[in-house]
Design a protein around this ligand. Structure first.
Ligand SMILES: *[C@@H]1O[C@H](CO)[C@@H](O)[C@H](O)[C@H]1NC(C)=O
Ligand SMILES: *[C@@H]1O[C@H](CO)[C@@H](O)[C@H](O)[C@H]1NC(C)=O
Ligand SMILES: *[C@@H]1O[C@H](CO)[C@@H](O)[C@H](O)[C@H]1NC(C)=O
Ligand SMILES: *[C@@H]1O[C@H](CO)[C@@H](O)[C@H](O)[C@H]1NC(C)=O
Ligand SMILES: *[C@@H]1O[C@H](CO)[C@@H](O)[C@H](O)[C@H]1NC(C)=O
Ligand SMILES: *[C@@H]1O[C@H](CO)[C@@H](O)[C@H](O)[C@H]1NC(C)=O
Length: 373
């Protein structure tokens, strides 16, 4: 005869060990998402049954540890941008008499901070094999200005060899145009959408919604063009708030749908992974035109930065998008990492890509590489 306690213990074992086993089987992201959803419903049902079956409370108590585990991961998501830089002169090629090559005469090494909390998150730079596993079969869309294009370059150089990279660079950097590529080997499609203004991003969201097709990973970011050509932070704020609502309206589990929204409870609806590509630090004296140096000054930069937070588009301010913190990366890499005070060296965007990949790993509850051998 089974008592309530035994059933509770059995349920706890299922909840604790099945996910571990499945992680061992190297599930795809979608399967893990489905499983997380199923687990969530189980938990929800469990919680609702608790008052009626006192013995079920054993089950619920043991489930706490799973919930706590998830909280830990949530806090890691908040630390994923904690990167430190070590920028130092390269001994061999340092050339005091010729400073024109300064920016290439420096080693720029980055890693996640080693302070306690961040260390505990085990962030790591992923190798090509792991990146391929993670992005296998996905549709990735990166939309924005030239910063976004540089991010695409960094994503692709993690996936393609140097020869292939050399062949695509011309097309990728065709001025003011879109770019698309399918990496056949892993069935990944990557689209770069030229969208220099926030309103262009909003239109893109409307397009996704109309077509009812959503990328698995979406990275968007714009601001510099608006700063130069509109130069009005409150207008930028309004544009961001519009973008925020159009992004939120894409989400299957959006808070604004309420409890009787059309898709509530359907675990099969995928939720895309959403990122905001932050603005870089601008080094005013290095900007390459007088107009830029006048309009893109520190004061307006801070006003735009404030508008970004004010619009609540970022997850840390209650919004839908996780920040890829180019501002902190570029500030900490510093003036040695840019030639024009606006576009930074590849290594800055490479760090942003690894931040993105680690965030994807956390969100998909999938540990890569652990079953390879
Ligand atoms: C340093 O720069 C000068 C001037 O450009 C050049 O003549 C010299 O060969 C360089 N030295 C090294 C070690 O690169
Ligand atoms: C700067 O470095 C690049 C690549 O290392 C080299 O091709 C170029 O000649 C250098 N320029 C000067 C002025 O030394
Ligand atoms: C990508 O996923 C498919 C199906 O899940 C699998 O057959 C294939 O081996 C994977 N490719 C890579 C490079 O991991
Ligand atoms: C972006 O929006 C601006 C302002 O509405 C518009 O003039 C421009 O054509 C748009 N660009 C693209 C690439 O859609
Ligand atoms: C929507 O579909 C049309 C036609 O297939 C396509 O041209 C357009 O790029 C799609 N838009 C988005 C945002 O996916
Ligand atoms: C800035 O934009 C806001 C909102 O669009 C507008 O009300 C305001 O008049 C603009 N300010 C200037 C100086 O153009």
């Amino acid at each position: 005869m089974f008592g309530g306690i035994q059933i509770g213990v059995l349920a706890a074992c299922v909840v604790l060990f099945v996910p571990m086993g499945m992680a061992g089987y190297h599930l795809s992201r979608n399967k893990m998402l489905f499983f997380s959803g199923a687990l969530f419903i189980t938990l929800a049902v469990g919680v609702h049954l608790t008052p009626y079956f006192p013995s079920v409370s054993d089950f619920v108590t043991s489930v706490q540890s799973v919930v706590v585990f998830d909280n830990r991961e949530d806090s890691c998501i908040n630390l994923v941008n904690e990167v430190v830089w070590n920028v130092k002169p390269r001994i061999i090629s340092s050339n005091v008499s010729d400073s024109s090559n300064d920016s290439v005469g420096y080693d720029k090494i980055w890693d996640w901070s080693k302070n306690g909390k961040v260390k505990g998150c085990d962030f790591e730079k992923l190798g090509r094999g792991d990146v391929k596993d993670l992005l296998n079969g996905s549709w990735v869309v990166v939309a924005g200005d030239s910063q976004a294009r540089l991010l695409v370059q960094s994503v692709l150089s993690l996936l393609l060899d140097e020869k292939k990279m050399g062949m695509i660079m011309g097309d990728l950097f065709k001025r003011h145009s879109d770019y698309e590529i399918v990496v056949d080997e892993i069935g990944m499609k990557l689209d770069f959408v030229w969208a220099p203004y926030v309103v262009n991003l909003t239109n893109l969201m409307v397009g996704f919604k109309q077509n009812r097709t959503y990328p698995d990973v979406l990275v968007i970011g714009a601001g510099l063009w608006h700063m130069l050509h509109v130069n009005n932070a409150s207008d930028y704020d309004i544009a961001l708030e519009n973008l925020r609502s159009s992004v939120v309206s894409l989400l299957p589990f959006s808070p604004e749908l309420g409890t009787d929204g059309p898709v509530t409870g359907s675990v099969s609806v995928r939720s895309p992974h959403l990122f905001w590509l932050g603005m870089p630090m601008l080094i005013n004296s290095m900007l390459n035109t007088v107009e830029k140096r006048e309009k893109m000054n520190d004061k307006i930069w801070h006003a735009y930065y404030g508008a970004l937070h004010n619009s609540r588009i970022l997850r840390s301010y209650g919004g839908p998008l996780l920040l890829l913190d180019i501002q902190s990366l570029s500030w900490n890499c510093g003036p040695r990492c840019t030639n024009d005070g606006m576009h930074y060296d590849g290594t800055v965007y490479e760090a942003a890509v690894h931040i993105l990949l680690n965030a994807l790993l956390i969100e998909s509850h999938q540990k890569l590489g652990s079953t390879e051998f």
